[in-house]
Design a protein around this ligand. Structure first.
Ligand SMILES: [Zn+2]
Length: 675
């Protein structure tokens, strides 16, 4: 060492210093993958505020924080992912995939410890050949999945968990585990392909794929790009199916959760293929999901098989949270505003209503038009002894009980991205704070987002930092496509650039401490068209539905059903009429027909129920005496093309619409009547 001249050492030290100052603190895509602009922040860099924090708090005091006690048969010590002889498959990892990010977002010691047990067992389980996870099958037992322990699929969930754990802690054991496991996959997949144990791994290969790219970006191990080719080739061919279009136009052609979860695969593989058809296929797919199966809340008829666009077909809770995760991953990869808007639609409409206010009960299926909730057989693909619509902890099927926890934590984690040009991006909005390294010298800026979005039109962002000279960096902001006359103010002055709906604004300037950006996003009334010409009323990111008061009744399961369905369930009976439609109207007339009322005094911490609704619409509707209950559901949708109906003979009634996410019973797709 002494032989190295002093000048060389000075150079080496200077170079290291220079590199550390200028190194991007966030992980970029490595060549030959596409260069992508947006990068996820370390878990813990973003904190929820306001109503979003309250949602996460309720998860902590509700089922997410307590699932080991509420559902001990599966989530207790006997779970295979803790080394036990109980459940060996997806449910344990599903829970931790929500619990772990929740723990770090709330910086909650007790929850972190709860999640850590699962992380430690997973890491310690790795064998010399690289395999990890449960590997012993047991005999069948009611309420527990004890076979297919070596299936590729549940590992994919654990990989997602460990990625988040690494993003929070930088624990290098994760990199080692991934490296060993992916080399094991490389050796083993020819002999035991993705579909060797169950077909789920083929449809969900995108989750495996994204984890391999994640590791490749950290280590640069070229063998990983051989593995991604194999995973793509063995996975279900969403690209081809979406481009052919037959699958989404046909009922029962695909499982609803496989669709929501798998549809990101082409976009994820695009990083490597650079083939535009992989992006185009998913755009076609999302458009066809809406065309052939779409419901007002941004989801689709899929109960469990894909089941068309009738407003009373079920939509599974797992498909909502998996759709959100797919949209989040695709948004981060592409910065495409359509993904951001679809994500907000599912998060602000479908998600809040399907889980109870205390985060203890949920529906297995929800309906866009949901006029009563009873235990009975419905026109669903599956029925689970008639328990699919009622609220319960384990009603329907327990996958949703296990999987619902990832929804809000991952949504929070996607509120901000770092950008490769040293800036920040906000594509979706909610009250929050974040710390991000920006500019040429990776200086920390604290971001404070004050807003009651999605219930108000203004988003105020304040930037704080220590640099008295200011820091130059770009702020990327999504302007929603529904905001027709958006306004951007910097420190109270209208920004000179043009803010166009549906675009990403890039404001590149020197930001001083306490500079503010205010987005004014006017929420115009609008509508979308669905089954039989029915319409959903929208205003900004929210869908508005008929407010139907309901009476809840708790019903206890007989002893012999409790192991499968839990102790009890909630039925909800409507206390008012629901059979209303609208006379055909034009979009231009909506301001005159609908009145908007903001409720200032609302509890801003928990706006997601009918008592606390922050906004309501009033409108005159027509009652349709021929639209009745059929098999416990709103009967077949009256067609917008009904000739010979004299609308003058129909009773006028003023009705109240509230945000879809605040309803339990609702009509969100209204029949339209010819003038
Ligand atoms: Zn489910």
């Amino acid at each position: 060492m002494n032989s190295i001249p002093k000048t060389v050492w000075v150079f080496v030290i200077f170079s290291l210093f220079y590199l550390s100052v200028n190194a991007q603190p966030y992980t970029k895509n490595r060549s030959p993958l596409i260069e992508k602009t947006y990068m996820e922040l370390p878990l813990g860099s973003i904190q929820p505020k306001g109503w979003l924090r309250e949602m996460l708090q309720r998860q902590k005091t509700g089922a997410t924080g307590e699932l080991d006690k509420l559902y001990p048969l599966v989530m207790g010590e006997r779970n295979g992912w803790l080394g036990g002889d109980g459940d060996q498959w997806e449910r344990g990892p599903y829970w931790i995939d929500g619990l772990l990010p929740l723990a770090y977002l709330l910086d909650d010691k007790e929850l972190k410890e709860k999640a850590q047990k699962w992380v430690e067992w997973a890491i310690a389980s790795q064998r010399a050949d690289g395999y990890f996870g449960p590997s012993k099958d047991y005999d069948a037992e009611p309420g527990v999945q004890r076979n297919n322990s070596e299936d590729w699929w549940p590992k994919m969930v654990m990989l997602k968990i460990l990625q988040q754990y690494y993003a929070a802690t930088n624990d290098q054991r994760v990199v080692q585990l991934f490296t060993n496991y992916f080399h094991y996959q490389l050796k083993t997949l020819q002999e035991k392909p993705l579909g060797h144990w169950t077909f789920w791994a083929e449809y969900r290969s995108g989750d495996n794929l994204q984890a391999v790219y994640w590791l490749y970006n950290i280590t640069g191990d070229k063998a990983m790009l051989e593995l991604t080719d194999i995973l793509h080739a063995q996975g279900f061919d969403f690209t081809e199916k979406f481009l052919q279009r037959n699958m989404l136009a046909s009922h029962r052609s695909i499982h609803c959760v496989n669709l929501a979860q798998g549809l990101k695969e082409p976009v994820i593989f695009y990083q490597q293929s650079k083939d535009p058809k992989h992006l185009a296929s998913v755009k076609q797919g999302l458009s066809d999901i809406k065309l052939f199966n779409g419901q007002a809340q941004g989801m689709y008829g899929g109960d469990e098989a894909l089941h068309g666009n009738v407003a009373t077909q079920g939509s599974e809770l797992c498909s909502s949270v998996e759709m959100m995760f797919s949209l989040e991953k695709m948004l981060e990869l592409t910065g495409d505003v359509e993904f951001a808007e679809h994500l907000e639609k599912v998060a602000f409409n479908a998600l809040p209503t399907q889980i109870s206010d205390d985060f203890m009960k949920r529906q297995y299926f929800q309906q866009a038009n949901q006029v009563q909730i009873k235990r009975q057989m419905y026109n669903f693909d599956v029925n689970h002894n008639g328990t699919d619509l009622v609220f319960g902890l384990l009603t329907g099927y327990p996958c949703c009980t296990s999987n619902m926890h990832q929804g809000w934590p991952k949504f929070t984690q996607n509120l901000y991205y770092a950008t490769t040009d040293g800036g920040v991006a906000s594509f979706i909005f909610s009250p929050s704070t974040a710390q991000i390294k920006v500019g040429a010298h990776a200086e920390t800026v604290a971001i404070n987002q004050d807003t009651f979005y999605p219930f108000e039109e203004q988003v105020k962002i304040t930037l704080q930092h220590q640099n008295k000279q200011g820091i130059t960096f770009p702020y990327h902001l999504r302007i929603p496509s529904w905001a027709k006359n958006p306004k951007v103010l910097i420190n109270g002055t209208v920004w000179k650039g043009k803010a166009k709906p549906g675009e990403v604004l890039v404001i590149d300037r020197k930001w001083l401490n306490n500079d503010t950006i205010v987005l004014n996003l006017p929420m115009e009334l609008n509508f979308e068209t669905y089954e039989e010409g029915s319409r959903a009323i929208e205003r900004g990111p929210l869908v508005y539905a008929l407010d139907i008061p309901g009476e809840e009744k708790e019903v206890f399961f007989p002893k012999e059903e409790q192991v499968i369905f839990g102790k009890s369930y909630l039925e909800v009976t409507p206390l008012s009429d629901w059979n209303y439609g609208f006379i055909m109207f034009k979009k231009e007339d909506m301001n005159e027909l609908f009145s908007v009322k903001q409720h200032i005094a609302t509890d801003k911490n928990y706006p997601w129920n009918r008592e606390n609704t922050p906004v309501e619409l009033r409108v005159k509707a027509k009652q349709l005496p021929f639209w009745k209950l059929y098999n416990g559901m709103a009967g077949p949708m009256p067609s917008a093309d009904m000739y010979g109906l004299n609308s003058n003979e129909l009773k006028d009634q003023e009705i109240r619409l509230i945000p879809y996410g605040c309803t339990t019973l609702r009509i969100s797709q209204f029949p339209m009547i010819r003038r």
